[in-house]
Design a binder for this molecule. Structure first.
Ligand code: SF4
Length: 605
């Protein structure tokens, strides 16, 4: 292949992802590339699209178009009747949610301000959640529901791919073959596509890059990345295009359909720093897939484990993102839950990979889990200070898979030594090292919340999962966090191979007690999925399962169908678990015997 030396790359976060703070991938890459003397810029097309969509002018044209539709549902007819309200309120709502006009909190927190909607809570529920003076958060909650109503309206009448924080996700969630996406990409632009391409085009003309790199962290970013790439190939065929990111790393490793290379030039795998530098400077390509001139897929140094070490990655750079108006959203009133969508958290990693790396359901064979590396605590806290200076924000979300307790101790000590006033939250493994003394130290240094996997709260299944914790050690560490006033979110799982109905119910009982004792404040149940990169996917029999053979897809491959003894009705149990936990998060339903959540699924609160 002819080697090329490129001068400039534009890194893009395609729509749609979180709207409250920049997605960290492009900031990290930009920080690294700038240390290599490579010209790079970044854009968050996701928030730019939302800023453009939720304006008075856009809503006017949307309502005009929808008014020609005589087959609207009752709910959408009501929204259309209130179009004047939506058109005149949208810009003040966006100003308020982005913090540019917080004086609107008083008006927006008043329930009677808002038009009729199935999402509107009762005054009683609002007072329960926010008290009498929590007007600011209460207003954010009501504005979020307003945007959710509008988004659903747009989805049902204008563009079925549109959701507030994801785009065309249902199309891309399971995509063993490329064809359905390829067909979708041949359709005329939707209104959302047009807006997105318009913003993207302006940026391309202004930045004039030699290459564009799209990060695709989730299925809900894939379609939009390829839509932009398709436009770029047609209008600026000389600009090269590469993609990478979490979705690519987990789903597209065994890709064998060359059709995607009609739209893009390169796919880069795992940490992007080294593959990008090689691509941009004409070095030997690494973990890169491309098409040869004869139309054959080339996997260049695909299994190489060569990487830029974690300590050399450098500080994230936010240039080009700070003028975006990120918006705060609170959909659920649970305070722990709100952290994900509310607040401009600086995202950063304390370490690369997971120090444990052995859980049988986790992608342990992939680099982002199994390569554990860290750096000196001085460097970590220097990075924090540099990021605070850039963004003006002192809140950090450490996005580690599982932050090591020893490192958290050093972090807390260093923050206290430098007398920094910060707040932070992160993921942990609920292990015995989280003593009351460590939790207190963390709280003193600014730790406000943690999340961690309790998975299936059953002694037998926890052993099969190989989490290396017991219910007792998990409970003890949660208690220590609670006593230190650190909020806790538990990730839970159901449907693990061989898990019986009784074990599922018992697991809920453990969770209920943790809520009732005040040891956790929030939780979410995920249905177990066997993935090809996990120990359970690589050896299903080791967890009591049999994989059901199926043909490998030519595009995305990740989940493996399997059979196991004690198959239970996962939909039925999933509904009961979620309903019970929804109530526990609101402080209700503790007295109800856990069995009853599985007898009828009516809201009990
Ligand atoms: S589930 Fe968490 S603790 Fe277990 S290996 Fe994965 S990242 Fe590590």
């Amino acid at each position: 292949m002819q080697k090329i030396v490129l001068m400039k790359i534009l890194l893009v976060t395609p729509p749609l992802t979180q709207l409250n703070t920049p997605y960290p991938a492009t900031c990290q890459l930009l920080g690294f590339l700038s240390t290599q003397g490579i010209k790079a810029e970044q854009m968050d097309l996701s928030i730019e699209l939302i800023e453009r969509l939720f304006t008075c002018t856009q809503l006017e044209s949307i309502f005009q178009e929808v008014s020609l539709n005589d087959k609207l549902s009752k709910v959408n007819r009501i929204i259309l009747q209130n179009s004047d309200f939506y058109i005149h309120t949208i810009e003040p709502v966006m100003r308020f949610l982005s913090g540019r006009d917080i004086s609107l909190a008083q008006r927006f927190s008043d329930l009677s301000f808002w038009p009729q909607s199935k999402r509107l809570p009762s005054e009683e529920d609002l007072e329960w959640a926010f008290g009498m003076i929590g007007n600011y958060d209460r207003a954010i909650h009501l504005c979020t529901l307003f945007l959710k109503d509008l988004s659903e309206f747009i989805q049902q009448t204008i563009d079925h791919h549109f959701e507030l924080i994801r785009y065309a996700e249902s199309l891309c969630l399971r995509l063993p073959e490329y064809k359905p996406l390829q067909v979708e990409l041949q359709k005329p632009y939707s209104l959302i596509d047009k807006l997105m391409i318009d913003i993207f085009e302006k940026r391309i003309r202004k930045s004039n890059p030699d290459m564009v790199g799209f990060t695709i962290p989730f299925p809900g970013n894939l379609y939009s990345a390829l839509r932009c790439a398709q436009w770029l190939k047609k209008e600026f065929p000389e600009i090269k295009i590469c993609i990478g990111g979490g979705y690519v790393n987990t789903e597209l490793r065994s890709l064998s359909d060359p059709a995607i290379f009609e739209t893009i030039d390169y796919i880069l795998y795992d940490d992007g720093e080294l593959p990008l530098v090689r691509l941009l400077t004409g070095g030997e390509l690494i973990r890169t897939m491309y098409l040869s001139e004869t139309g054959e897929i080339i996997r260049s140094n695909f299994d190489s484990i060569e990487n830029i070490s974690f300590s050399e990655i450098g500080t994230s750079v936010y240039d080009g993102l700070l003028s975006n108006q990120y918006i705060n959203l609170i959909e659920l009133t649970n305070p722990m839950h709100a952290l994900w969508s509310n607040g401009r958290w600086n995202k950063m990693m304390l370490a690369h990979g997971c120090y444990w790396g052995k859980c049988t359901f986790c992608d342990g064979s992939l680099d982002y889990i199994h390569r554990y590396e860290t750096t000196s605590i001085e460097k970590i806290v220097n990075n924090m200070e540099s990021i605070m200076e850039q963004t003006g924000q002192s809140g950090f979300h450490f996005i580690d898979e599982a932050a090591p307790p020893a490192l958290l101790r050093k972090l807390a000590e260093e923050i206290l030594k430098r007398r920094l006033t910060v707040s932070y939250w992160t993921n942990v493994r609920f292990e015995k090292s989280f003593t009351s003394e460590l939790c207190y130290l963390m709280a003193q240094s600014g730790c406000i919340a943690i999340s961690g996997g309790l998975e299936v709260a059953s002694p037998r299944i926890l052993k099969l999962i190989n989490k290396g914790i017991t219910i007792e050690t998990a409970r003890e560490s949660m208690k220590n966090f609670a006593n230190a006033k650190i909020m806790t979110h538990a990730y839970l799982m159901y449907g693990f191979p061989t898990e019986t109905a009784q074990e599922t119910i018992n697991s809920l009982e453990v969770v209920r007690d943790l809520f009732a004792e005040g040891y956790i404040q929030s939780a979410f149940w995920h249905r177990y999925a066997m993935t090809i990169h996990s120990p359970s996917g690589q050896q299903p029999e080791s967890v009591g399962a049999k994989s059901i053979k199926q043909e490998t897809g030519h595009f995305a491959n990740n989940e493996i169908p399997f059979s196991t003894e004690h198959e239970i009705d996962l939909e039925f149990y999933g509904k009961g678990l979620n309903l019970a936990t929804y109530n526990y998060m609101q402080g209700a339903g503790y007295d109800l015997p856990v069995n009853e959540w599985f007898q009828n699924h009516k809201k009990k609160k």
